[in-house]
Design a protein around this ligand. Structure first.
Ligand code: PLP
Length: 434
C-alpha cells in the first residue's frame, strides 16, 4: 500500500481513528458520511470559530450540537471550570454548586419545581420516561416521528438525528417488545394524537415531544399543536414531557415552554445547562419528582451525576444568561438577518429552499417546502444539501453535516461572521445552480 505524498494531519488522524473506533467516531453524525466529506478533526475553538488539526479556521454553526450558546471557550466558563478543578474533580457527595444549578434551572423554568441532574440528554429522557411510567403505573409512551430523544431503547423508534441521517428505520438491538411500548405519530398532527389516546384508553403514561423539533432539521410546532398535547394528556391522566435538551435556554431562557406558554408536567434538559461539559437534567412538578428514589420507588442514580466541573460550567452559563437579559433578542436579530440573507441568495440562484427558524436555531431545507414534519423534511434534496455543505466547508463555513440537523448561532457570532457566511453562501448557491 502506498501512502499518498501529501496527506494532511486530519486525514492521518481519521485513518487512525477508523482502526480504533467504530466508524472513527464516538457519535455517528461526526463521520460526515451523509455529505460525502472527510470528517473534520477539531483542534481548538474560540468564540464563533473552530480550528481543525491542520490549522484551518471555520465559522462554526454546529456549536457542539447545541450546548455552546455563548460560543467556544467563553471566559466565564473557563474560569469557573478552572476554579472547580482546583477543589477536586468528583466527590460522589452533594456540593453547594449543584444546589445553585438546580436553583438557576427552577427560576428560569417555572414548571420545574424540583430537578435531578444526570450526565447526558439521553439519561435525562430515559429517566423521565421511567418516572412517567412509575408515576402513572402505565407503560405506553407516545413520541413523534423524526423527533430524537437520545439513544434510549424505547425512544429509538422512528427517530431523527443520526438515525434519520443514516436512514435506519430503527436500531438493531432494541427488542421488538420494547419498541411495541412506543407509539410513534407524525409531528404537528394533533388529530393523530387524539386518535392514539382513543385507541389505547388508560394505557398511555406520557407524550414526549421536542416542542420545537430540532433533530429532523428545525421544525417549529404548528399553532395550537402543543396546546392540544397539553389538553389531551391532562384529560387522559398521562404526563406531558417536553424534551428541551436542545431548546432549553436556547429559544428563550425558559425554553420553548416559555415561548409558547405551555406548562408541561416534566421537562428534560441538557446541552446548554452543561456549558459544553456533560450534564443533563429532568424535572417537573414536585409531587411527580418525589416519586424518584430515595423519596419514592422510581430508581435512578449516577456516580458522576452533578459532577463539580460540569456543574461549574453550567452555573457560569446560566448566570451569564441571567445577567445578559437582551441576549435572546440579539440572537433573534442576528439569526434572522442570516436566515433572510440565505433565502435571498438561494432565490437569486433559483435554488428552491425552505428555511425554518426559531430564534437561533435554523435549517435550510433543499425543498420548496413547507417542512412541517418528518415526511415533508424527507422531501428535501439531500444530494443538493451535501453539495452545498461541501462548498461551504471548503470556504471555511461549518454547517451541521446532515439535512436532518439544526444549525446554531451563538452569542459569539458577529455581524461580520454573518456577512462572511452570506458571501460564501452566494458562491455556493451559484455553484449549485450551474
Ligand atoms: C441532543 C438531544 C438529546 C440527547 O442528548 P445527549 O446528551 O446527546 O444524550 C435528547 N433530546 C434532544 C431533543 C436532543 O436534542
Amino acid at each position: 500500500m502506498s501512502t499518498p505524498a501529501k496527506r494532511s494531519h486530519s486525514q492521518e488522524i481519521v485513518e487512525r481513528a477508523k482502526q480504533l473506533i467504530p466508524g472513527g467516531v464516538n457519535s455517528p453524525v461526526r463521520a460526515f458520511r451523509a455529505v460525502g466529506a472527510l470528517p473534520l478533526i477539531a483542534a481548538r475553538g474560540r468564540g464563533s470559530q473552530i480550528t481543525d488539526a491542520d490549522g484551518k479556521y471555520y465559522i462554526d454553526y454546529i456549536g457542539a450540537w447545541g450546548p455552546l450558546l455563548l460560543g467556544h471557550a467563553h471566559t466565564d466558563v473557563e474560569r469557573a471550570v478552572h476554579q472547580a478543578l482546583e477543589r477536586g474533580t468528583a466527590f460522589g457527595l452533594t456540593t453547594e454548586a449543584e444546589v445553585r444549578l438546580a436553583q438557576l434551572i427552577t427560576e428560569a423554568v417555572p414548571s420545574i419545581e424540583k430537578v435531578r441532574l444526570v450526565n447526558s440528554g439521553t439519561e435525562a429522557t430515559m429517566s423521565a420516561i421511567r418516572l412517567a411510567r412509575g408515576y402513572t403505573r402505565r407503560n405506553l409512551v407516545v413520541k413523534f416521528i423524526g423527533c430524537y430523544h437520545g439513544h434510549v431503547d424505547s425512544l429509538l423508534v422512528k427517530a431523527g438525528s443520526g438515525v434519520a441521517t443514516f436512514a435506519l428505520p430503527e436500531s438493531a438491538g432494541v427488542p421488538p417488545e420494547f419498541a411495541a411500548l412506543t407509539l410513534a405519530v407524525p409531528f404537528n398532527d394533533a388529530e393523530a394524537v387524539q386518535k392514539v389516546f382513543v385507541q389505547h384508553p388508560g394505557k398511555i403514561a406520557a407524550v414526549i415531544v421536542e416542542p420545537v423539533a430540532g433533530n429532523m432539521g428545525c421544525v417549529p410546532p404548528k399553532e395550537g399543536f402543543l396546546q392540544t398535547l397539553r389538553e389531551v394528556t391532562a384529560r387522559n391522566g398521562a404526563l406531558l414531557i417536553f424534551d428541551e435538551v436542545m431548546t432549553g435556554f436556547r429559544v428563550a431562557r425558559g425554553g420553548a415552554q416559555e415561548l409558547y406558554g405551555i406548562r408541561p408536567d416534566l421537562t428534560t434538559l441538557g446541552k446548554i445547562i452543561g456549558g459544553g461539559l456533560p450534564v443533563g437534567a429532568y424535572g417537573g412538578r414536585a409531587e411527580i419528582m418525589d416519586t424518584v428514589a430515595p423519596e419514592g420507588p422510581v430508581y435512578q442514580a449516577g456516580t458522576l451525576a452533578g459532577n463539580p466541573l460540569a456543574v461549574a460550567a453550567g452555573v457560569a452559563v446560566l448566570e451569564e444568561l441571567g445577567r445578559r437579559t437582551n441576549i435572546y433578542s440579539e440572537l433573534e436579530t442576528r439569526t434572522r438577518r442570516l436566515a433572510e440573507g440565505l433565502v435571498e441568495a438561494a432565490r437569486k440562484a433559483k435554488v428552491p429552499v425552505c428555511l425554518n427558524r426559531v430564534g437561533s436555531m435554523f435549517t435550510l431545507f433543499f425543498t420548496s417546502g413547507p417542512v412541517v414534519d418528518f415526511e415533508t423534511a424527507s422531501a428535501a434534496d439531500r444530494e443538493r444539501f451535501a453539495a452545498f455543505f461541501r462548498a461551504m466547508l471548503e470556504r471555511g463555513i461549518l454547517l451541521p453535516p446532515s439535512q436532518f440537523e439544526t444549525a446554531f448561532v451563538s452569542a459569539a457570532h458577529t455581524d461580520r461572521d454573518v456577512e462572511t457566511t452570506l458571501e460564501t453562501a452566494r458562491e455556493a448557491f451559484a455553484l449549485l445552480a450551474e
